[in-house]
Design a protein around this ligand. Structure first.
Ligand code: UD1
Length: 370
């Protein structure tokens, strides 16, 4: 009998890709999803679930919905979450309720009805600033920044005000929680590792870097930066870049993220562990804005560098993928420029409302962009 997997948040961007991959590998898939409007605008069919997925519509905080969704499930991939770092800094109750109370409700139900394994989506956000190296080769792991540095730049400085450059961050780096979202994700991860073990379930958590690809919620102004930029460019607007655009991230294709979830679900060595998941290549936000606009045939839409920071954002964070490579055999396969072409083709077939100005006003009103 094929194993039945419950994917919470299974109708979301990552959830749909994970669902498809699990179906291809012979699993039965059930999704629990509340289909919130910010992600699933009414009347839009761009985000459809594969036909063989059984959908339970319900909130992760609703115990009876979770119980229904768990019936007959042998494992759980927990993706249900509010995901905007900026938005988490003012919608504090909503984020903490969905992300942390939601995870608590899931485990309350799992205590009564344990499964073989639970895999939870954590985030690189839990590290805060990534690991840094100074010119003398020393590594710095507790770097914090508060807006601009004293020389007016955006990069954090080391002891004695030395310049620092980002270094690959391993799972052993201590957490540095800089946003409500990061706090929420850390709680989700710890609840998973603590409670699963206590109740005889296997578990793993994946600390995801910036996932992108077809299917990301284009009209959600709090979604990942590539979807936001794609929606701006599709509407003939210049991408708006925070700070000076030189902040570095690792953009990982959603197909590689889905492959990582499959490994985490079935690999014996995944049990009890956390893994960084990225592409292994890092880029600046300005660069991705430029390359995306050019891929979409709009080199005229130059990035608009705002020289303002968004509250809760970290400067640089790039992953050390050694652990996932060696313990799980994780191999990111998607080439970034092919990924952007695919994203551009997908975007060309969608309607994308550009609601970025509206989201920016929400942040500005509360002093969260400065
Ligand atoms: C993102 C995800 C988070 C995930 C994390 C993992 C979203 C909303 N957030 O957080 O769920 O856990 O990756 O790595 O998907 N930026 C601009 N202009 C914009 C929007 C953003 O310049 O219009 C900048 C931000 O200031 C930031 C960078 O782009 O420096 C990335 O932002 P974002 O895509 O929101 O990702 P993270 O905050 O890294």
């Amino acid at each position: 009998m094929p194993e039945r997997v419950l994917i919470t948040g299974g109708a979301g961007f990552i959830g749909r890709h994970v669902a498809e991959l699990l179906l291809e590998h012979g699993y039965k898939v059930r999704a629990l999803d509340s289909l919130i409007e910010q992600v699933h605008p009414p009347g839009r069919h761009q985000n459809e679930l594969p036909a063989d997925v059984e959908l339970v519509v319900g909130d992760i905080r609703d115990e009876s919905a979770v119980q229904r969704a768990l019936e007959g499930a042998e494992s759980v991939i927990h993706l249900a979450a509010e995901v905007g770092v900026g938005q988490s800094m003012y919608a504090v109750e909503r984020y903490t309720s969905v992300n942390d109370v939601g995870t608590a409700v899931l485990f309350q139900c799992l205590i009564e009805r344990p499964v073989r394994r639970v895999v939870t989506a954590s985030s690189m956000s839990i590290y805060g600033e990534g690991l840094y190296r100074s010119a003398d080769g020393a590594l710095h792991q507790d770097v914090v920044r508060d807006g601009r540095n004293k020389f007016g730049g955006w990069d954090p400085l080391g002891p004695d005000e030395q310049p620092l450059s980002p270094a690959p961050t391993p799972e052993t780096k201590s957490p540095g929680l800089r946003s409500v979202y990061a706090i929420n994700k850390y709680v989700q991860e710890r609840l998973t590792l603590t409670l699963a073990r206590q109740y005889g379930m296997e578990c793993a958590a994946l600390r995801l870097w910036n996932a992108y690809g077809p299917g990301q919620a284009l009209s959600n102004p709090y979604t990942g930066v590539l979807a936001i930029f794609a929606s701006r460019v599709a509407n003939g607007e210049r991408p708006m870049v925070f700070e000076d655009g030189q902040q570095r991230r690792d953009f990982v294709h959603v197909a590689d993220v889905a492959a990582a979830f499959l490994l985490a679900l079935r690999h014996p060595s995944a049990n009890g562990e956390v893994f960084n998941i990225g592409s292994g290549e890092d880029r600046t936000v300005e660069e991705v804005a430029r390359v995306l606009a050019s891929t979409m045939g709009r080199t005229d839409l130059e990035p608009l560098i705002t020289d303002q920071a968004r509250a809760g954002d970290i400067r640089h964070n790039i992953p050390d993928l050694t652990k996932a490579r060696t313990m799980l055999g994780y191999r990111p396969r998607r080439d970034f420029s092919e990924g952007l072409h695919e994203l551009a083709e997908w975007v060309a077939r969608q309607e994308a409302d550009d609601r970025v100005a509206e989201a920016r006003r929400e942040l500005e009103m509360r002093g969260l962009v400065a």
